[in-house]
Every structure is written in C-alpha cells, then in structure tokens.
Design a protein around this ligand. Structure first.
Ligand code: PBG
Length: 340
C-alpha cells in the first residue's frame, strides 16, 4: 500500500500522461501536422515539357507547366491544399528592372490560368521578387551606385504583385524585404479592384541567411555582386524582426512569415505571441532541406524521426503553416498514418 500522497507528489508524475499513443497524442494536438499545415514550394520554368532536377536539392526539380501538373495531381489527391510558386528563366533576358518578372512570357503568368483550371481546390501563392529576373540578381531596383532605390523598387514590386493577382494568384508573397512593399501592394490591389480577392503573405522576418544557398542555384538568382545584408535582417536582430512584423501588420498584411525556420524558432514564437490573430507561416528553406537530406543520406540520422521532430518543433514554436520542400514525403506519412 502506497503512503498517503500529497497533491504535489501527484503532479510530479508525468509518465501517467504518456503511457500509450492516444495519451501521447493528447499532449501534442497543437503540433499535429495535417495537409492544411503544409505549403509546397515549386519552381516553374519556360519550357512547358521539361523537368530539370536541381543538383543542390536532390529530389527537387524545376518543372514546365505540363510536367508540374503531372507532379501535383497525386499530391492533391493526398490532400495538398496550397503551393508557393517561383518562376525561373533561362532564355528570357534579365535586365535591371526585372521586366520579365511580369511579362506575358513569364512562366508564372503563363502557368497560373492553367493551374487554376486544372486544380480548382488548390490555393496558389506566388513569390513576388525581382532577383530571379534582374541582371544584377538583387531583389530591388538599384541606383547607379548599386544601392537600393526604394520608391522605384516598391513600385515595381507592386506592379508584379498585381500582374500575378490578375493572372490568378490567390496569394501574393513579397520576399524582397523592401520597406513599404506591403502597403504598396495593398494599394495596387485596391486600384485594380482585387483587394478583397487576393491575400498578402508577407515574408516579414526574412534573415540574411547562409541557408539560402541551394535556392539561389535552383532559382538562378545569385546576386552578381555584393550580398543582401542591406535589406535582409541580421541573424541576431530580434528587435528588427519585431519592428518588421509591426510594420507589416500596420500596412495590412494578411499573413506573416518567418524565414528560415530552425535557426529562428525564438523569433517565430515572439511574433506569434504578439500577433496571435495572424496565421503564422515558416519557411523551411533550401539549406535546411539539404542539411536534413544529406545528414540522413550519410547515415548520421534517421530521416523520418529527424524530419518529424523538426516539423513538430516548427509547429510548437508557433507555425500554423510550414512551407517545405519535404511536403510530398510528409503527405505520404500523413496518409499512411490515417490508414492504420
Ligand atoms: C528570393 C527568395 C529567396 C528564397 C525565397 N525567395 C532567396 C534569397 O533571398 O536569397 C529562399 C528560399 C530557400 O532557400 O528555400 N528573394
């Protein structure tokens, strides 16, 4: 017979809450991963019938629209509900203003109507940026001395966002980090009567990160000179991240994002706690993908348990939606689990 227990002693027993799977699930419901918690980034190229594997991101490819539709179809059957689209150009010329970001030949502009028709239930977000389309590879319009021309940049970003919205994007997601771009885009959408029909997902706290390397290869958007430290946030700057969130909320952002994920969990938690009424997105970026992929391939860690743990940690830190190149694999896991 046990001694008479105090309440405190009872509270200190945790194992009684986790002795089977159902009990463990009850402790972790807020970190569940369902298809609604995932957004899948995809790269669209000019040639409609090509697939180009990306060597720095094994398992990820750039697709022409016809191939992309084939790639997406089974994923949508597994519950995929949203994608984030990036355009990549090779043959179309790049110039200082990024003219081909929203020309009629732009692969995203061309693909949107066909994606909307093929997948009526799919929510389509478009990354809005200049870097894949500018000759200098920077995310804004530059003055002759190479510094950012802010008014010209946010004017251009607004035009591109409106073009994607007109072509069928449900969401426009500016990743350029120029001051004032959310307000400018909102203004542009209003001028074209799209304010009520298109949402703005702000890359709010986007850090100048070493984890974007494989993406720049994937999107062919490496800066021709210099780096992005004058417009992306310094990794240590919690204050700027919070100020950016405050500014984007004030300018009318519909949803907020922190990027990258794993190294910025504390930032995400703080932004979510400050703005709980806004859906919080996190971008598990190309370098995070490569890191897990290669570590698992080298046998250093078990792929499924490591990736699941990272996904749960992103949710635990406040992410409502995880933007991940691993989405196809995770959709498979979700499906298998629901069959058990
Ligand atoms: C472009 C952009 C980048 C990413 C998304 N949009 C790269 C950058 O800012 O250098 C990174 C995504 C990834 O690494 O997966 N502005």
């Amino acid at each position: 017979m046990d001694k008479q227990l105090t309440h405190v002693e009872n509270q200190h027993v945790l194992h009684s809450s986790i002795f089977n799977q159902t009990l463990r699930d009850w402790q972790t419901l807020k970190t569940e991963i369902t298809p609604r918690n995932l957004m899948y980034p995809v790269f669209i190229i000019e040639n409609d019938d090509s697939v180009e594997p990306i060597s720095s991101m094994p398992g990820v490819s750039r697709y022409g629209i016809n191939k992309l539709k084939h790639h997406l179809q089974p994923l949508i059957e597994k519950g995929l509900s949203s994608i984030l689209v990036f355009g990549v150009i090779d043959k179309l010329p790049k110039d200082p203003l990024g003219t081909n970001a929203d020309s009629q030949e732009n692969p995203v502009i061309r693909a949107l109507p066909s994606l909307r028709t093929a997948f009526p239930t799919l929510t389509i977000a478009c990354d809005v940026c200049l870097c894949p389309y500018t000759s200098h590879g920077h995310c804004g319009v530059l003055f002759p001395d190479g510094t950012i021309n802010n008014p010209a940049s946010i004017q251009r970003i607004k035009e591109i966002a409106v073009s994607y919205a007109k072509a069928g994007a449900h969401i426009v997601a500016p990743s350029d980090m120029m001051d004032g771009r959310i307000g400018s885009i909102k203004q542009g959408l209003a001028e074209h009567d799209l304010r009520h029909k298109v949402a703005v997902l702000s890359y709010t706290a986007k850090f100048a990160s070493g984890f974007y390397g494989p993406f720049r290869d994937a999107a062919k958007s490496q800066p021709a000179f210099g780096d992005r430290k004058c417009y992306q946030l310094p990794p240590g700057s919690t204050g700027l991240a919070l100020r950016a969130a405050k500014r984007d909320v004030a300018e009318g952002a519909d949803m907020l994002m922190v990027k990258p994920g794993l190294s910025y969990l504390d930032i995400m938690k703080q932004v979510k706690e400050k703005y709980p009424e806004y859906p919080m997105f996190v971008y598990q970026v190309s370098g995070e993908y490569a890191m897990i992929y290669h570590a698992a391939k080298a046998g250093a860690l078990d792929f499924r348990s490591a990736l699941s743990e990272v996904m749960v940690s992103l949710r635990r830190a406040g992410a409502d939606v995880i933007i991940s190149y691993f989405t196809p694999v995770v959709l498979d896991w979700i499906q298998l689990k629901s069959k058990i």
